[in-house]
Design a protein around this ligand. Structure first.
Ligand code: GLC
Length: 553
């Protein structure tokens, strides 16, 4: 396996990791849904972009009730995406290009079409097969009320009732997400053994790490108690319970048994930085997504606080921070940063709020350069390198996200950041799908692409020196060139106007981000290494909503 010279270093501490959302990356077979053959055709795009690793959102066999986060079989690839041989070929080709591979593991739940759940539903109440999940009798005289009043993250009750073979109503099962995603009972040793085996299955096939979905949620208080709306960990029956950590300790032991060691990367949404850092203790995960940075408004004091708190929390456990601006669950940041209120949270999707995309794009460029200069790893979400914005005008009948349907449209959901990528051409499908397969017109893309993406395709941006794609390539190349300053923990704030974030990384390397509305003077420097604004940067000042990297020796 061809690998870069530093194959044995702790690459997850400083890597740039690109999230591939397989349904929307590239469609080779013309069914309107992305697939692994499509990824293979475009691996060069990713290598030329200059990323170090690819994280794949779930590619396993799944009825796709939650776009693959409802896994029916971890050892098979969803037929819409390809097969196991294709995944193995993809891993080998990516490795040959120096790209590491991270696969997604979803421990909190499986699909309702998983063999275990089908067996559990067919079994009698109290049967062992039901103990792999959370089956309970209902409340009320005929058990017609759910066992408790917990609500699903996707809206509506977190319980669904099953029926007996004769059609009479039976027990209820817990699903913190959609009804098609029954929660697993991690107190059952079979659940632990199976996931450990799944990890080995993918590590044996060359996966360099796993991204752990909804990592704070698998452990539950088995009495399934009611809880107050303001309950916080550790007094919450399923978020961040202390016993969840034993799962990741056993996973870490497995990951460490490989040569080179495999990485564990957690999806840990927690407000308390100290509780967050507990997942990164030396015998648990290697890194976790830093959602505080993603949620932060484009505001100098808020960002300064998030950066400092992040560095402090990670330093306490010796872990490397991560920086994330977008992913498949959130409004794209070009859109967020173009709004009057740039703060974000799932409850605050601000769908349809007026957005200045020119301003949002300018800030997105500045935010990338700022984040790339911070100590730690950086995550990119497919399409941000093209400056794609949130698609907000998808008609209701074409929306797919269960959040949209379960909230009757009150929460518009996540489809707007999942629209298939534009590769080439002047009109949809913009090279995402071939226009004909075997002489037949191909199916429409699974979510419609905006015609305004003409001019934003990879092909268009490739040759344009001012495009987002050219900027991303340049920024990632500069990050590699200055690795000696940017790897490691060295970080020191410099005195600056309060609306300017200025810090030193390593000797002679300074980053300055101007979040004010006026030009700001630059500190003394010998060279401007790279800047986020288009055009030639001024030598002495930095423009509003702009970040620059300086050499200061
Ligand atoms: C995570 C995933 C999200 C999914 C959910 C349930 O938050 O990122 O896309 O819907 O878990 O698996």
């Amino acid at each position: 396996m061809a690998r870069s010279a530093d194959a044995h270093d702790e690459w997850w501490r400083h890597a740039v990791i690109y999230q591939v959302y397989p349904r929307s990356f590239a469609d080779a077979d013309g069914d309107g849904i992305g697939d692994l053959a499509g990824v293979r055709q475009h691996l060069r795009h990713l290598a030329e972009l200059g990323v170090d690793a690819l994280w794949f959102s779930p590619w396993y066999a799944s009825p796709q009730a939650d776009a693959g986060y409802d896994v029916a079989d971890y050892r098979r690839i969803d037929p819409a995406f390809g097969d196991l041989a294709e995944a193995e070929a993809l891993i080998a080709e990516a490795h040959a290009l120096g790209l590491r591979i991270i696969v997604d593991i979803v421990p909190n739940h499986v699909s309702d079409q998983h063999a275990w759940f089908k067996e559990a539903v067919a079994a009698a109440p109290g049967a062992e097969a039901r103990d792999l999940f959370w089956f309970r009798p209902g409340r009320g005289p005929d058990g017609e009320l759910p066992p408790n009043t917990w609500q699903s993250v996707f809206g509506g009750p977190a319980w669904t009732r099953v029926t007996h073979p004769d059609g009479s109503p039976g027990e209820w099962y817990l699903h913190l997400f959609a009804p098609e995603q029954p929660d697993l009972n991690w107190n059952n040793p079979k659940v632990r053994e199976e996931h450990e085996d799944v990890l080995r299955f993918w590590f044996d096939r060359g996966a360099d790490g796993v991204r752990i979905d909804s990592a704070t949620m698998p452990a539950k208080d088995p009495s399934l108690p009611e809880f107050a709306p303001d309950a916080t960990p550790p007094d919450h029956p399923y978020i961040d319970r202390d016993d969840v950590h034993s799962i990741y300790r056993s996973w870490r032991a497995i990951a460490s048994g490989y040569e080179p060691a495999r990485a564990l990367i957690g999806e840990v949404w927690l407000a308390d930085p100290d509780r967050f850092a507990r997942y990164l203790r030396s015998d648990e995960m290697h890194t976790a997504f830093n959602f505080d940075y993603l949620n932060s408004p484009w505001d100098p004091s808020a960002l300064r606080t998030v950066i400092q708190d992040t560095l402090d929390a990670h330093a306490g456990v010796g872990a490397a921070p991560t920086w994330v601006l977008s992913n498949h669950d959130v409004t794209r940041h070009v859109t967020r940063y173009g709004r009057a209120d740039t703060s974000y949270g799932h409850a605050l999707r601000q769908h349809g709020t007026p957005t200045d995309l020119v301003l949002g794009t300018r800030r997105a460029r500045a935010a990338l350069l700022l984040a790339l200069a911070l100590p730690g790893a950086h995550y990119l979400y497919q399409g941000e390198e093209l400056g794609l914005w949130e698609v907000e005008d998808i008609p209701a009948h074409l929306r797919q996200d269960p959040i949209f349907h379960r909230t009757a449209g009150q929460d518009v959901g996540r489809d707007g950041c999942r629209v298939p990528l534009p590769w080439s051409g002047e009109e949809p499908p913009f090279g995402f799908s071939p226009t004909t397969t075997a002489g037949r017109t191909t199916a429409p893309t699974w979510l419609p692409q905006p015609t305004a993406w003409a001019g934003h395709t990879v092909q268009d941006q490739q040759a344009d020196p001012d495009s987002m794609l050219t900027f991303y390539r340049g920024a990632l190349a500069a990050r590699r060139r200055h690795a000696s300053s940017l790897r490691g923990d060295s970080f020191r704030w410099l005195d600056a106007d309060p609306r300017v974030l200025a810090f030193q990384r390593g000797p002679g390397f300074v980053c300055v981000a101007n979040l004010s509305t006026a030009e700001q003077p630059l500190p003394p420097h010998s060279d401007i290494l790279v800047g986020s604004a288009t055009g030639t940067p001024s030598r002495d000042t930095v423009a509003p909503d702009t970040t620059v990297w300086l050499r200061t020796d």
